[in-house]
Design a binder for this molecule. Structure first.
Ligand code: G1P
Length: 287
């Protein structure tokens, strides 16, 4: 069955970006020229996803507004002949069918995904975590969808992470099937490096079969007292098998200050209009 739906959980506090996130959703931080969540929605749409559910919480209405149309603004841009801006503004509100629901309490990623059951139904679906921004030729979620088509099993997007970073991620270990795919035998949420089954971090992209909803309901609070998605997917390993796919692309963790700065710099340096002047400015810093 083709993957046509995606879920983007965007209900977290954004603690690592305080005080910015005190009243602003962290998903609306600007990565060079657009809110981070727009980068993620575009990745999904470019991979052929048709319906997107964003799970929000209190104080996150600006995410909904961003994907809505704004007739007054469009009229003003049209009247002033600002066609480039008009096109960009209209494109955002035509990025696929956007759906929104609210997670009322912060009970963890697994719990948030569990709220998508009615939207997803009995189909495989994609998950994109908006703290992870991907820069790649082929959309990363599209690479995972292709792996799902090949294997017919849940697929986790992985890349090797530094030893000291292992405790920040879900880590997957297993048997190699090809140079990109492994059959997952064990997954652990944020292990200590010495207890990790490998150095392959699950970096915010998944294609899951719908049985995960049953396992989420059975999952008890785990790491940090939260219902962990990793623990629910663990149950799929024993019952139907799970694949970890090493994706091609650069991944930015924009949920912290350094990752956010690096993403902004890299995206700006990819814009020919700005690149030259920006490099010249950096040279004046005499680092
Ligand atoms: C979540 C997941 C973790 C995954 C990570 C990727 O953790 O629980 O398994 O590796 O996202 O960014 P969080 O960063 O939300 O604590």
């Amino acid at each position: 069955m083709k993957v046509k739906k995606a879920v983007i959980p965007a209900a977290g506090f954004g603690t690592r970006l305080l005080p910015y996130t005190k009243a602003q959703p962290k998903e609306m931080v600007c990565i060079y020229n657009k809110p981070s969540i727009q980068h993620v929605v575009e990745e999904a749409v470019n991979a052929g996803i048709e319906d997107i559910l964003i799970i929000i919480s209190r104080n996150k209405n600006s995410i909904e507004d961003h994907f809505d149309s704004v007739p007054e603004l469009e009229k003003a841009l049209k009247d002033k002949g600002k066609d480039d801006y008009l096109k960009e503004v209209q494109e955002i509100s035509n990025l696929g069918n956007m759906h929104f629901i609210r997670q009322k309490e912060a009970k963890g990623l697994g719990h948030a995904i569990g709220m998508a059951e009615a939207f997803v139904g009995d189909e495989p679906f994609a998950i994109l975590l908006p703290d992870d921004i991907m820069y790649s030729e082929v959309p990363v979620i599209g690479q995972l969808m292709k792996a799902y088509d090949e294997h017919g099993k849940s697929v986790l997007g992985v890349q090797p992470v530094e030893r000291e970073a292992i405790r920040k991620y879900g880590i997957a270990g297993g048997k190699s099937l090809s140079d990109k795919d492994i059959s997952v035998e064990v997954m652990v949420e944020k292990p200590e490096p010495e207890e990790a089954p490998s150095n392959l971090g699950i970096l915010g992209r998944y294609v899951l079969t719908p049985s995960v909803f049953k396992y989420i309901k059975e999952t008890k609070p785990g790491k940090g007292g939260e219902i962990q998605l990793t623990d629910a997917i663990e149950q799929q390993i024993h019952n139907e098998g799970v694949i970890a796919h090493s994706f091609d692309g650069i991944r930015y963790d924009i949920g912290n200050r350094l990752g956010y700065m690096i993403a902004n710099l890299d995206y700006a340096l990819r814009d020919e209009e700005v690149k030259g002047d920006l490099l010249e400015y950096i040279r004046t810093l005499n680092l």
